[in-house]
Design a protein. Structure first.
Length: 229
């Protein structure tokens, strides 16, 4: 019978890196999920009967300012019932003020607990996501200095002014500020300074438009009062 001898190994063979470690490093390099993916994930979560504002805040914690500014402003661009701008303007004011002061995103309980059925949320996501997907394909990280924490304080101050303008009871005047906030929110969300610049330009036009509409409304009211008495 042939005897097999086991010779000592002259030098240890380097062990391969564990697959889990390599995988975790690869995952670390992956870009963060897009807003469309986050919203679709929330809408498809069968474990939730309702989606609350607090759920969105927790899910988007690292990117909450840009995402929530966009979510609260976007419905004002779509056909919506009267008074919606006043309701959505309040959380926009809270978030903008916190952004301006360099605080972490937080909403009071009476806003954070507001919720909607998951089916209604899914319907809203179906309307929003095609627009978001088109915008996301055009965006990339550039001019990132405009999305820095210091720059976000100035952005927060501008969004606060826009939020007040959006909430004013001026007919047909809420769309322009909402559009400007959406552009700025997308820019902050994707760290795209070009979109932030576009948002600033839209904000200037929106504020001029709202001021003109407000002036015309006041002049009309004074004219009616003056002729009535």
């Amino acid at each position: 019978m042939t005897q097999i001898s086991h010779a000592p190994n002259p030098s240890p063979v380097p062990r391969a890196r564990p697959a889990a470690t390599a995988g975790s490093q690869a995952d670390h390099r992956l870009p963060p999920p897009r807003l469309t993916e986050i919203l679709s994930g929330l809408a498809a979560d069968d474990g939730r009967e309702r989606i609350a504002v607090s759920d969105m805040l927790e899910t988007m914690r690292a990117r909450a300012f840009g995402a929530l500014l966009l979510i609260f402003a976007f419905p004002n661009i779509l056909p919506s019932p009267p008074g919606l701008a006043g309701i959505l303007g309040l959380p926009l004011m809270f978030l903008s003020a916190q952004m301006m002061l360099g605080m972490q995103p937080w909403l009071p309980g009476f806003i954070a607990r507001r919720s909607m059925p998951r089916g209604a949320f899914a319907t809203m996501v179906e309307k929003i996501n095609p627009w978001l997907a088109r915008a996301e394909r055009l965006m990339k990280a550039r001019l990132t200095l405009l999305a820095s924490p210091f720059a976000q304080r100035a952005i927060g101050a501008l969004c606060l002014v826009l939020s007040v303008a959006l909430a004013l009871p001026i007919p047909f005047a809420n769309l322009a500020p909402a559009l400007a906030i959406c552009l700025i929110g997308l820019g902050v969300l994707e760290r795209d300074g070009l979109w932030i610049i576009l948002g600033f330009i839209a904000a200037l036009g929106a504020l001029i438009y709202v001021a003109g509409m407000g002036y015309a409304l006041v002049k009309s009211a004074l004219f009616v009062i003056g002729n009535a008495f």
